[in-house]
Write a protein that binds this ligand. Structure first.
Ligand SMILES: [Zn+2]
Length: 261
């Protein structure tokens, strides 16, 4: 079982990330990917990944931070070069129209730089998309139109997918994986998202927590930990009417393929 997206590099884990990592491995996590939101958390992700086997890092500047921090590609370039064994992805990067202020042009510019970095090191990308209440799918559509206008683009995962089946199909068509979080376990989860879980082939699904956020039921509202990803796997098994073991083993394989682990 793999948590393909957690933030053990965030302050909320500052005092006990070692215990959290131990609990993860004691509770069936094979490996985990620590996703970054800016330069500082990228450094922290590397620090944790260096400390523990089976912890890997993804580096990047989250779209909500492009207005308060410059994306200095050379700095990330050096970090990857110095830590090739533990850095397995670039991101999270993409489009976020939910958090204000929104600078769409800046987000696009920074996003394209992330793609450059990924192509340079042949790394997959962790994509983040979040729309507004009124236009929930706009960020997905913009990302798709940018990506498909390029002559080549890296492999990747749409993390914390919360779109509908029409959007999901567009991403599947270009070979991306779909990442599901604890959201799919929530009582008020949108039916269209559950339909995506049902219809997405198991060999294109990744499971993730986005810890400390989005703790699945029965831990909803609490600080999330990587091993809670099991509840997301259980929900997928239930929706697809297949064995939990099958979900765990196939999503583990998928993560190994995408992140080359
Ligand atoms: Zn995240």
């Amino acid at each position: 079982m793999v948590d393909t997206h957690c933030h053990l590099n965030f302050n909320v884990f500052k005092n006990d990330y070692r215990e959290v990592v131990s609990r993860s491995f004691e509770n069936g996590i094979k490996f985990l990917i620590i996703a970054s939101s800016n330069y500082k958390t990228s450094l922290k992700a590397i620090e944790i990944a260096k400390e523990f086997p089976n912890c890997y890092a993804s580096l990047g500047l989250h779209p909500i931070h492009v207005t308060d921090e410059k994306f200095e590609i050379e700095k990330y370039y050096s970090l990857i070069l110095e830590n090739t064994k533990i850095i397995k992805a670039v991101g999270e990067t993409g489009f976020d129209y939910f958090h204000q202020p929104v600078d769409k042009e800046k987000q696009k510019e920074v996003f394209l730089k992330h793609l450059q970095l990924a192509e340079k090191f042949n790394l997959p990308v962790i994509f983040h998309c979040r729309g507004t209440q009124e236009k929930p799918f706009e960020a997905y559509k913009d990302l798709l139109s940018v990506i498909t206008s390029l002559s080549s683009f890296p492999a990747g995962v749409i993390h914390c997918f919360s779109g509908n089946w029409k959007i999901a199909q567009e991403f599947l068509k270009i070979g991306f994986y779909i990442g599901f979080t604890g959201i799919i376990t929530f009582n008020n989860c949108n039916n269209y998202l559950l339909e995506v879980v049902k219809k997405t082939p198991l060999n294109k699904i990744l499971i993730e927590t986005d810890a400390p956020y989005l703790a699945p039921e029965p831990y909803r509202g609490q600080r999330c930990e990587p091993h809670y990803v099991r509840f997301t796997a259980e929900k997928i098994a239930q929706i697809k009417k297949i064995n939990l073991d099958e979900v765990i083993s196939q999503t583990t394989k998928n993560a190994e393929v995408l992140f080359k682990i």
